[in-house]
Design a protein around this ligand. Structure first.
Ligand code: ADP
Ligand code: MG
Length: 257
């Protein structure tokens, strides 16, 4: 059953990354992108991954989700070693236990809004009225309850990303991986989408690993990890855009709200 089979107790180590290495050949040489990266992420944590462009953030997420294969080292999720799974086990694991949000939404244009979300349930064997009700329910939570049967390419970028968030969470995965989810949105829309993303994951106790350049989301995270020289190190939220948290903190300091 969906969501079962992983240790989901809050505070337990959900993800363990050990000595993870990934290189790509480049001309006659080798480009070492991940070089013995280590990290541990707990259940229900919100972790922001930062790092300069090309530092390997997407490579890391692809290894965590089993889309790419490591050269050596391992990623364990809920005690299951993703890096040593073969197909089709990896695909089934990904489908049942992970959710994804990408920069460019990746919705299916031939399906309407509700069908895009429902597909994530159907792939896990949940069909019929239950699937329709759950899809409609989560779409209402992301503020799209009145757009169930719209064509996805009629929606704005922010609306499409909210559909993608609903699709990523409808099957209640313990882990959501988001790769620059606001990278393609203007500042105001990005802020709305991030509010929805954080509120849904926090309220469900979903672990969120989010690659971001957005200072507000990094500051709203429980922890920031920086990818530098192939390793994951404790990082700091970048300085930048003010978000609800910084505004609240500033108001508290100045007494003006
Ligand atoms: P980021 O997401 O941090 O911007 P990526 O993980 O996409 O970085 O890429 C890290 C480095 O690995 C880049 O230099 C990129 O060109 C290289 N790279 C990523 N995927 C491949 C691939 N499939 N083949 C060759 N090089 C790759
Ligand atoms: Mg990337």
């Amino acid at each position: 059953m969906v969501g079962r089979g992983l240790r989901l107790i809050r505070g337990l180590r959900l993800i363990v990354i050990r000595q993870l290495c990934r290189s790509f050949s480049e001309g006659n040489g080798v480009h070492r992108v991940l070089d013995a990266a280590d990290a541990c992420i707990h259940s229900a944590e919100v972790v922001a991954i930062v790092g300069r462009s090309g530092s390997g953030k997407s490579t890391l997420l692809n290894l965590m989700s089993g889309i790419d294969r490591a050269d050596s080292g391992e990623v364990a999720i809920g005690g299951r070693i993703v890096t040593s799974m073969h197909e089709p086990e990896r695909t089934l694991f990904r489908r049942a236990h992970l959710g994804f949000v990408y920069q460019f939404f990746n919705l299916l244009p031939t399906l309407d809004v509700e069908e895009n979300v429902r597909l994530a349930l159907e792939l896990n064997g949940i069909r019929g009225a239950t699937a329709r009700e759950r899809s409609a329910g989560i779409l209402a939570e992301v503020g799209l309850g009145d757009r169930l049967h719209s064509a996805v390419d009629r929606l704005s970028g922010g609306e499409q990303q909210r559909v993608a968030i609903a699709r990523a969470l409808v099957h209640q995965p313990p882990l959501l991986l988001a790769d620059e989810p606001t990278g393609n949105l203007d500042e105001e829309t990005a802020s709305q989408v991030l509010r929805v993303l954080l509120s849904l994951t926090r309220s469900r106790g979903t672990t969120l690993v989010v690659v971001t350049h957005d200072a507000w989301v990094a500051r709203s995270a429980d922890r920031v990890l920086e990818l530098r020289d192939g390793k994951l190190i404790a990082g700091e939220a970048p300085l930048g855009r003010r978000g609800p948290d910084t505004e609240r903190i500033a108001a508290r300091r100045t007494g003006v709200s």
